[in-house]
Design a protein around this ligand. Structure first.
Ligand SMILES: [Zn+2]
Length: 449
């Protein structure tokens, strides 16, 4: 007897392994077994009839700033460049406190669940008050969501030639001590963990060279992952040359980050030789399609990077740059950008799905357990819903149909074998109350109340 069997689904177990009319058995937080229509199914306490829908591994979001959903579509910032956008919003973000971070993380995760995501990292790099990451972990645990908190940091304010105001930056000792505290308290390296911690200085514009080095050393010492923004904007080339006397990727290498411990957000402007060097070093990247397009920058050449052996995952980014937080949307965005760049034969829905699952899991150093549904993997499963109307006529390829029609969202989601979405509805008590409080906090932060 197992806990759950989801049957009558087109099951995507992993890259190159699909089972039409298949089933998946979940037990003890793990994928217990998978099978086809002719294979005997284990008896189960809970049976879910997927009604022929597509079933995939839960999508993995590897770059996000959930607190930004408190300032989504903020009118004074929406038409600025990346730097104008940041400098308009920093003073608002300086008002963040534990309650604001708890609420925005809760809302961010709920939204991600509906978009078919079952694991997310989050990059919280403004720390006007202490214990904000603690509030994030608390929200993720209340929901039962798989979460990699990344301890972001900024040391260089406008006073030192950086972009952010003084209230949101911290000194190096404070950052390193809090990073150690968070790793000791929340990082769970054990198999099947729901909470892990990574270290994540924000970007070369906002942190000192020495905090980049000491963070890399700390990560090595505690065996946790490293994350930052890299080569997101052309302005970075100029800044890097002026401040560090080299190109961004050279700087990244110089501070000891070019290793398989690191994954970087965006990575748009690497040269061909730099791409090869980072791929060879085992660095992986997160493409953020919607964010790149809405801020009108360029975007990573994901298929070329994958061709070099670099893992490329996907991220919602934002929320105040992208404003949406649907990993389905990002997966479709990746497909559209890839094909727009290299032609219709260059990328398939399965390539995009691979980025959103296996690619993301590799970003997080977690591909032994998530991003696929081989027996023994974490029981992180999504059954997808599209409107019957928009799926009408899509009869020949359920994976292409999933990404080409839509919009699609989770019809059923399990994280660690626990059902969090049922028939399209979030199984979260008190969401209305959270949204009411979120609105009050967002109103105050935006100075509207
Ligand atoms: Zn970002």
């Amino acid at each position: 007897m197992v806990e759950t069997v989801i049957h009558d689904a087109h099951v995507v177990v992993d890259e190159g392994w699909e089972i039409p009319g298949g089933w998946v058995a979940l037990d003890g937080g793990r994928v217990h077994a998978v099978g086809g229509p002719g294979d005997p199914q284990p008896t189960a306490t809970h049976r879910v009839d997927a009604g022929g829908r597509l079933l995939t591994p839960g999508l993995v979001n590897t770059h996000h700033h959930m607190y930004q959903n408190l300032t989504r579509a903020y009118a004074p910032a929406i038409n600025g460049s990346l730097f104008q956008w940041l400098t308009t919003l920093y003073p608002l973000w300086a008002r963040l406190d534990e309650e604001a971070v708890h609420l925005s993380t809760y809302v961010g995760i709920a939204e991600l669940l509906l978009g078919g995501c079952t694991t997310s990292s989050d990059h919280l790099y403004v720390h006007p008050r202490p214990n904000l990451i603690d509030a994030q972990v608390a929200a993720a645990r209340e929901i039962g969501f798989r979460f990699m908190a990344t301890r972001g940091s900024m040391t260089r304010s406008v006073d030192d030639g950086g972009l952010p105001p003084r209230e949101v930056v911290q000194d190096e000792e404070t950052i390193l001590a809090d990073s150690e505290r968070l790793v000791a308290r929340y990082h769970d390296p054990s198999p099947g963990a729901l909470t892990r911690v990574a270290l994540a200085p924000c970007s070369m514009f906002s942190v000192s060279e020495s905090i980049m080095r000491s963070t890399a050393e700390l990560a090595e010492q505690h065996d946790v992952r490293l994350h930052t923004h890299l080569a997101e904007d052309r302005d970075e080339d100029v800044y890097s040359q002026e401040v560090y006397g080299c190109r961004p990727v050279e700087y990244f290498e110089r501070v000891g980050w070019a290793s398989s411990r690191s994954w970087v957000a965006h990575y748009v402007y690497g040269s061909e030789t730099e791409n090869r060097r980072l791929a060879d070093a085992g660095v992986s990247a997160t493409q953020c399609p919607s964010s790149n397009m809405i801020l009108a920058g360029d975007t990573a050449d994901a298929m070329a990077l994958r061709g070099l052996g670099m893992a490329v995952g996907l991220g919602c980014d934002g929320s105040a740059s992208n404003d949406a937080a649907s990993m389905w949307l990002e997966t479709r965005g990746a497909l559209l950008l890839g094909r727009y760049r290299h032609g219709p034969g260059s990328m398939t829905a399965r390539d995009a799905l691979s980025m959103a699952t296996r690619g993301g899991a590799r970003n997080l150093g977690w591909d032994d357990e998530i991003g696929h549904l081989r027996p023994g993997a974490c029981a992180d499963v999504v059954v997808w819903e599209s409107l019957p109307l928009t799926l009408a006529g899509a009869l020949t390829d359920p994976v292409e149909a999933w990404l080409r029609t839509g919009p699609s969202r989770a019809w059923s989601s399990f994280v660690g074998g626990r059902e969090l979405v049922r028939q399209g509805e979030l199984l979260l008590g008190g969401l209305e109350d959270v949204l009411r409080r979120h609105r009050a906090v967002a109103t105050a932060i935006q100075g509207l109340g």
